[in-house]
Design a binder for this molecule. Structure first.
Ligand code: PMP
Length: 428
C-alpha cells in the first residue's frame, strides 16, 4: 500500500500542529510510530485516505460513528441546520425535542443539559456532585478515561487508601489529592477506599461497561455493590456513558445492567458525529445547576442546532428495528472468526466482546481490569495493527481501544476482515 501523500501531509502537519495531531491518540506513538494515514473521505463502513487506499473502518472515530460515514438521514439533518442557521444563542425547539428523546430512552434522566464534548459533560457532573453534597473527593477506577479535565488526569496511588498523583504535567498536586483510584471489578479494594474516605467523597465516577482499556464488563454484582455502598455513605453515582450510551442498545448501559445512577454523562454517538456532550440525572441534583442553582456551567455552542439535529437523526436511525441485533450478529461472527484465526495460527489472545464492540488483547490472561490490559503485549499489538492497516482494515492505533461495528458493516466486510486477521496472525 502506498502512503506517500499521507506521509507528506503528516510531515507538514508536524510543522504546524503540535505533534501533527489534534488529539494525541491519533498519532501512531502507541503502535511503534510512523505517519498516521490521513483520511480524505468516508462512505458507510469505509474510508479512503489521501493516497486513494480504501479501508474497512472499526475505529468509528473512537465511537461516535455508529451509523457509518455520510449517512443520508444525518447528512440531510446537518444540511438543514447549515441552511437555516447553525447557532442562535437562544433556545430552540430542537434541543427540547432531543432532550425528550434522551429522557425517553434513559429513564434515570429527569433533566438534561447539553455541552460540547464528553469532557465537559463529565467535568460538570463532578462539579454538580460536589455542589450537591458539599464534599470534594471523588473515586474513579484505574484505567478508565473520563476526558481531559484536571481531576480525572490522575493515576492510582500505591493502594486503595492512598490518594492519587497527577498523571499529566500541569495538574496541581492539590487537585490530584482529591481523587482516589481503585481497580475495576475489585470489591475489596473499593470497600477499603470507602471505609477510609467514604464520608468525604462526593461521587464515584463509573464507566459501567469499560471502553477505555478495551471492552470490559463489570463482574456480576460488582456495580450493584458499588451503588449500594455509595448510597449508604451519601456518595453520588455518576455513570460516564460517553462511549456506552446508544452503543449496545437504544439507551444507556445502566439499563442493560439494571442500575440507576444519580447522574449520567454522555457524548460521542448522541451527536451523530458532530461535537456534543450531555449530562443529566435526578431532578433535585440537576436543579443545583445555574440558572436554578449555584453550580455554574455554560457554553456558547451548547445545544447548537447542527449537533441537535444530527443527534436526533442518529437516534432515529438507531431506533429502527433490528439495528442492534444486526451489529450483535456481525460482532459474534467477527469474534468467532478472530478466535478461530488465533487457534489456527497459534497466536494467544483474549477477546472481550459485548454486541457490536470488541477488544483483542495479546495475552493469555482474562482481562477484567486495567492491570491485566496493561500486561497484554503492546509491541505485538502494534505489529498486528500495521499488518491490518496494510490490508485495508483500520483499527484504533492502541491496544487499549475497542473495535466498533456500525450499522453499515456487512457480512462481506466481516469475511474480508477475518481473512486479514488470519494473514496478520500468520505473520506475528
Ligand atoms: N468519557 C469517556 C468514557 C470517554 O471515552 C471519553 C473520550 N474517549 C470522554 C469521556 C471524553 O469525551 P470527549 O473526547 O468528547 O471530550
Amino acid at each position: 500500500m502506498n502512503h506517500t501523500k499521507s506521509e507528506e501531509v503528516y510531515s507538514e502537519a508536524l510543522e504546524h500542529i503540535v505533534g501533527g495531531v489534534n488529539s494525541p491518540s491519533r498519532s501512531y506513538k502507541a503502535v511503534g510510530g510512523g505517519a498516521p494515514v490521513v483520511m480524505a473521505k468516508g462512505e458507510g463502513a469505509y474510508f479512503w485516505d489521501v493516497d486513494g487506499n480504501r479501508y474497512i473502518d472499526y475505529l468509528a472515530a473512537y465511537g461516535p460513528i455508529i451509523t457509518g460515514f455520510g449517512h443520508p438521514h444525518i447528512a440531510k439533518a446537518i444540511s438543514h441546520a447549515a441552511e437555516t442557521g447553525v447557532l442562535f444563542g437562544t433556545p430552540t425547539e430542537h434541543e427540547v425535542k432531543f432532550a425528550k428523546m434522551l429522557k425517553e430512552a434513559i429513564p434515570s434522566l429527569d433533566k438534561v443539559r447539553f455541552t460540547n464534548s464528553g469532557t465537559e459533560a463529565v467535568m460538570t457532573t463532578v462539579r454538580v456532585a460536589r455542589a450537591y453534597t458539599g464534599r470534594t473527593k471523588i473515586i474513579k477506577f484505574a484505567g478508565c478515561y473520563h476526558g481531559h479535565f484536571d481531576q480525572v488526569l490522575v493515576a492510582a496511588g500505591s493502594g486503595p487508601a492512598t490518594l492519587g498523583s497527577p498523571d499529566s504535567a500541569g495538574v496541581p498536586e492539590a487537585v490530584a489529592t482529591e481523587v482516589i483510584t481503585v481497580p475495576f471489578n475489585n470489591q475489596e479494594q473499593f470497600q477499603l477506599a470507602m471505609d477510609h474516605w467514604g464520608d468525604e467523597v462526593a461521587a464515584i465516577l463509573i464507566e459501567p461497561i469499560v471502553g477505555n482499556f478495551g471492552i470490559v464488563q463489570p463482574n456480576k454484582g460488582f456495580l450493584e455493590y458499588v451503588h449500594a455502598i455509595a448510597k449508604e455513605k451519601g456518595v453520588l453515582t455518576i455513570h460516564d456513558e460517553v462511549i456506552t450510551a446508544f452503543r449496545f442498545h437504544y439507551g444507556a448501559a445502566q439499563d442493560l445492567l439494571g442500575l440507576t445512577p444519580d447522574l449520567t454523562a454522555m457524548g460521542k454517538i448522541i451527536g451523530g458525529g458532530l461535537p456534543i456532550g450531555a449530562y443529566g440525572g435526578r431532578k433535585d441534583i440537576m436543579e443545583t445547576v445555574a440558572p436554578l442553582g449555584p453550580a455554574y456551567q455554560a457554553g456558547t455552542m451548547a445545544g447548537n442546532p447542527a449537533s441537535m439535529l444530527a443527534g436526533i437523526a442518529c437516534l432515529e436511525v438507531l431506533k429502527q428495528p433490528g439495528v442492534y441485533e444486526e451489529m450483535d450478529r456481525l460482532g459474534a461472527m467477527l469474534e468467532q472468526g478472530i478466535l478461530e484465526a488465533a487457534k489456527k495460527q497459534g497466536v494467544t489472545i483474549t477477546l472481550n466482546r459485548i454486541k457490536g464492540a470488541l477488544a483483542v488483547y495479546f495475552t493469555d490472561e482474562k482481562v477484567e481490569n486495567y492491570e491485566q490490559a496493561e500486561n497484554s503485549d503492546g509491541e505485538k499489538f502494534g505489529r498486528f495493527f500495521k499488518l491490518m492497516l496494510e490490508q485495508g482494515i483500520n483499527l484504533a492505533p492502541s491496544k487499549y481501544e475497542a473495535w466498533f461495528l456500525t450499522t453499515e458493516h456487512t457480512e462481506e466486510d466481516i469475511v474480508e476482515t477475518i481473512k486479514a486477521v488470519n494473514n496478520a496472525f500468520s505473520q506475528l
